[in-house]
Design a protein around this ligand. Structure first.
Ligand code: FES
Ligand code: FES
Length: 165
């Protein structure tokens, strides 16, 4: 696609989000983040920097964490996308959501959905290998919290890690 092009092309794109299939007429340049927020009304994933620097837009793509601001919706038609809205099971919070509440893992809450999505994927990546607080901090370093809730976030993740043993 030429960078200087002023034309926009629209197509019907299929997205699978939180277990539901959606077919949406989207500009082909629509990012996954904008598709989720502006077209599906899923506002959990936040637009912080819109350039891959803050982690606020973290979602799961086929179970792995991914920055929704950095990819185009069209590239995800075959994928299973999960947002923070998709974590609840029968009205019950995911254990990581519960732990963030219990350990005060947030203040303003802006970064929180991204932190939680990243934290869940992080423990899946570790595949049962226990992570030290330093390792958790390192592997969560792509998720910025302007409120500095980091110590409590690490505690919340440690708690879920312990509980899964
Ligand atoms: Fe995607 Fe900041 S909004 S990384
Ligand atoms: Fe405010 Fe993290 S809780 S930015």
């Amino acid at each position: 696609m030429a960078e200087h092009s002023t034309h926009s092309a629209t197509a019907l794109l299929e997205l699978h989000v939180n277990g539901s299939r959606h077919v949406l007429p989207l500009d082909l340049r629509t990012t996954l983040l904008d598709a989720l927020r502006e077209h599906l009304g899923l506002y959990g994933a936040k637009k912080g920097c819109d350039q891959g620097q803050c982690g606020a837009c973290t979602v799961h793509v086929n179970g792995r964490r991914s920055l929704a601001c950095l990819s185009l919706a069209i590239a995800h038609q075959q994928d299973e996308i999960t947002t923070i809205e998709g974590l609840q099971q029968n009205g019950a919070l995911h254990p990581m959501q519960q732990a963030f509440l219990e350990f005060d893992g947030f203040q303003c809450g802006y970064c929180t959905p991204g932190q939680i999505m990243s934290a869940i994927a992080l423990l899946a990546e570790a595949a049962g290998h226990p992570l030290s607080p330093a390792e958790i901090r390192e592997r969560m370093s792509g998720n910025i919290c302007r409120c500095g809730a980091y110590p409590n976030i690490v505690e919340a993740i440690q708690h879920v890690q312990e509980a899964a043993k």
